[in-house]
Design a protein. Structure first.
Length: 99
């Protein structure tokens, strides 16, 4: 079982209080009508599946109901940090560089 720190509640809760919401920093194409069907399918379905550090979105479903970003090592399930969406996006390049 994961113990996940919610950056909004400033407390650690059990995994059952949260829902996984996919890989972090997936950006919707600004003009979907101008990209190919393959590019649209890649945006919708293709995700990284690394063994090691991974940036993910989670929602505190049974708590504050806010989305946030978690850095989780998929090899050992250790949570290496969590950030509010605002802080994660402000430090996006730094977070991606430190993977
Ligand atoms: Zn929370």
């Amino acid at each position: 079982m994961l113990l996940i720190p919610c950056p909004y509640c400033q407390h650690i809760f059990e995994e059952e209080d949260f829902a996984y919401a996919g890989e972090a920093f997936i950006e919707r194409p600004p003009q979907p009508e101008q990209i190919s069907d393959q590019e649209w399918a890649d945006y919708l379905f293709m995700r990284n599946n690394p063994k090691g550090p991974h940036l993910e979105q989670w929602i505190h479903a049974a708590g504050c109901r806010k989305f946030f970003v978690v850095k989780r090592n998929t090899a050992n399930n250790r949570i290496e940090g969590s950030w509010t969406m605002a802080k994660a996006h402000a430090g996006k390049n730094d977070l991606l560089e430190r993977l």
